[in-house]
Design a protein around this ligand. Structure first.
Ligand SMILES: [Zn+2]
Length: 274
């Protein structure tokens, strides 16, 4: 699943190339990804729009236009890609939304499994939608102190709280597992039983790992590509995620995995994390 760093990477790469561009026409191959808008309305209203900004909120990439906002929530295999030359047959096959731009390029929402969500919202409707989302982990106002105080109120497993989008947005399975390892915290430990100083440390690890991953242009996933078609570069540096049964990079212990915290696999080192 593209997480916050992958979406942030997409946005940073696209913004300078898209701001000021006009959309000449749009095409949509599958309308089951639409939420709150019909295919004819979206296609008609995208036409002649001028792109004014490209931003991120949680795991949504937002293409702001002179009227509405196209909010793209990439699915597991979703990405926004800017094609400057004609697409291959395979690229066309996975192109869900295609926007022809006035500089000859084509802005494409590509999704192999077609499980992302596309919304077309007025700024007011977007505001109402995003008010329901939790705080941004990289927002300087979401300090270690606020983070720790809020975490300390929960009796749930700390990994579960960390991944709860109402607590903080954009921290999925990979970054939760990596940050908990870096902070030396057992992912299954109730949040209110972790010492405040270690909760503050966890905040700093979340920020450090997300920023590191953004700098490396996102983690490399199956079917995930950046806007230039490259694989992300962070995967080699993962400490625990996806490494069940392999030796801990710190102490050499075989990394364990549990499915008991949530429905997903959580890999951890029982020696380094307590
Ligand atoms: Zn270890």
């Amino acid at each position: 699943m593209p997480e916050l760093p992958e979406v942030e990477t997409l946005v940073r790469q696209l913004r300078p190339q898209l701001v000021g561009r006009a959309i000449l026409s749009a095409r949509l191959s599958h309308d089951n990804l639409l939420s709150g808008v019909t295919k004819p309305t979206l296609i008609k209203q995208l036409k002649q729009r001028v792109i004014t900004d490209v931003t991120r909120r949680a795991k949504h990439a937002l293409v702001h236009t002179d009227t509405k906002i196209l909010a793209v929530q990439p699915g597991m295999t979703g990405a926004l890609i800017l094609y400057r030359k004609p697409m291959s047959t395979e690229e066309v096959k996975y192109a869900v939304l295609r926007c022809e731009l006035d500089d000859g390029a084509e802005l494409v929402y590509r999704d192999v499994r077609r499980i992302g969500t596309l919304r077309w919202l007025t700024p007011k409707d977007w505001q109402a939608y995003q008010d329901g989302l939790g705080p941004e982990p990289l927002d300087p106002e979401f300090t270690a102190e606020i983070f720790a105080n809020r975490l300390a109120k929960s009796r749930a497993a700390i990994k579960k709280v960390l991944m709860d989008q109402r607590f903080v947005v954009g921290v999925g399975n990979i970054y939760a597992a990596e940050a908990l390892f870096a902070a030396g915290i057992d992912p299954s430990k109730p949040a209110n039983e972790v010492e405040p100083s270690r909760l503050a440390r966890l905040h700093d690890e979340v920020v450090r790992i997300l920023e590191l991953s953004i700098a490396a242009e996102g983690t490399s996933f199956r079917d995930y590509v950046t806007t230039t078609g490259d694989k992300g570069g962070f995967q080699l540096e993962l400490m625990v995620y996806g490494r069940e049964g392999e030796p801990c990079r710190v102490c050499g212990t075989r990394l364990a995995s549990t499915h008991e915290i949530d429905a997903r696999s959580t890999v951890f080192c029982w020696r380094c994390q307590s």
